[in-house]
Design a protein. Sequence first.
Length: 233
Amino acid sequence: MSVTATLRQCHRLRKHLKALQEEIDRGPRVLKAQQARLAAEEQAHADHHEAVKRLKLKQRDDEGTLKQTEARLAKLEQQLQGISVPKEYKAKESEIEQARAKRAELEDAILATMGEVEERTAAVPAVDRKWGDAMAEFAQYEVDAAARFERMKADQIDTQAALVKAEADIPAKNRPTYDHLVKGHGPDAFAAVKDRVCQGCRTGLTQQKVIELSGGAFSQCPSCGKMLYPAAE
Ligand SMILES: [Zn+2]
């Protein structure tokens, strides 16, 4: 195999290794985002049920207060019958007025709460389903992510082995340059040449350089220093 063919292969393998590593590194961030989404769904689900419970409690409290208010009102109305002093009569009347206003207020509140409880209770199946879906989705994500991770790890090992094998074909005299460049630039140490143009820096190459390359020799771009190979047809 010519040196340029080897460089082409090494470039491909190193690009693939870099992409693999980036995806592996992204894994924990993706997991964190998925966990945050699940937690938000869990909270929304719990909040909904908590709201229903709270509304029902308020309903019960208001109903209790209404009963007390009604009993008090009945007592006040009875007391009114026995009063003959006008000033006292007026005071009692005012008391009755206040109790009636409170009764009306409670009745309104109870009706409003009832409507809200009904509405939220009707939404419970949908809310439960949404939470169930979120849990199932997360479980599926975990299974998929684990499988993907295994695949990438295996791919990484295979690609690494293929790279070592390919790099063994780099001539010994070029090896120090090669090692120095890939150490500093990774996959960016290589560039294909297409239509006499270095694809790394877009500089046009001399005719002599192109001939050198097509002969399969080890060669670097005079402009950007990347190791060159002719682009595959
Ligand atoms: Zn270049």
